[in-house]
Write a protein that binds this ligand. Sequence first.
Ligand code: ATP
Ligand code: MG
Length: 386
Amino acid sequence: MATTKSPEHPRLDIDALLADPGVGIIVCCGAGGVGKTTTAAALGIRAAEAGRKVVVLTIDPARRLAQALGLTELDNTPRPVAGVDLSSGGSLDAMMLDMKRTFDEVVEAHATPEKAAQILENPFYQAVSSSFAGTQEYMAMEKLGQLRAQAEHEGTWDLIVVDTPPSRSALDFLDAPKRLGSFLDGRFVRLLMAPAKVGGRAYLKVFSVGVDLAQRTLSRVLGGQMLQDVQTFVAALDTMFGGFRERADVTYALLKEHTTAFVVVASPDRDALREAAFFVDRLGEERMPLAGVVVNRLQSLGAAALSASRAEDGAQQLADDGADDALTAGLLALHADLASTASRQHAVVTRFAAAHPDVELSTVAASATDVHDLDGLREVGRLLAG
Ligand SMILES: Nc1ncnc2c1ncn2[C@@H]1O[C@H](COP(=O)(O)OP(=O)(O)OP(=O)(O)O)[C@@H](O)[C@H]1O
Ligand SMILES: [Mg+2]
């Protein structure tokens, strides 16, 4: 729907973005279910077929999409995608984030082998390494860091397209390191850490009484073995990460580089666009580079010239005439419904555009079916490019 925005509103030029050799990382973010994974995959194919050497990092893709991208092996490394036109000299690899495996890799990379083995075998680690708040977001960033290093050292890729996890709020992605950091710095963890740190120091006896008491309570709740696992794990993690926050800051600094571009995806409804607006503002505050906003899954109309009210009138007229044409009347009513959805969407997108005159926009009409194969992704890519 080319008419969704005022003609003077800046259009997000997707092909220029994908062709820009200065852009090395594209991050697709947005609220849950708006089309982040689809957009990331569509951008990846389009860029590869235009000649870029691309790797797409997807997170939790739908099963059929994963199959279409050849993501059947879960080994946490990128694999070539079959069926992509490489005649322009590009290439396309894709991978699906294995959060647990990435966490393990981080442990292995930052601890001595003995310590790493101790952590990886710890039952508490095994239970929680996939369930900290913000872990998935943070591990996506860790993986991005790894891919970037590989791209630099081996020259494998010149563009990394990153999908972000299915969180309720787009902001979760940017808040993850803080949340994970505050978990590790948190009082609960400090309490558990205390015995490991004070062990044997007599002058902390008074303090230890309180800790002992808390420990006894915890060990009743968690069970003794569990408590010990938690303590070992947290102590190990703490020495390994040192200042976790500083480390997370380094990882997230990638997002502020001028070679990174954020593409914020939203669906054409008030809540999603409000969320997109928050996210755009936050990127501005954090000085993270926004490419633009994609409004995905706009209602498209077969007969755009027929307005909702005229279709309704027509349906009513047929009914009044006692016409025995239920099919036509039904179709007109359906059309009226779709047309009113389309005009509601048009209104919210126009309002968003007016409130953000500098934010470049791209709109993508909803396909008739889910997007689950390469052709579907190419079509989304074409629509993204306008
Ligand atoms: N333009 C489109 N037309 C039709 N279907 C679409 C379109 N974009 C996305 N979809 C479908 O919508 C569903 C959700 O898309 P997708 O998985 O890309 O969203 P997401 O933002 O990654 O979701 P999550 O937050 O759960 O990760 C998928 O079934 C996808 O095929
Ligand atoms: Mg997704």
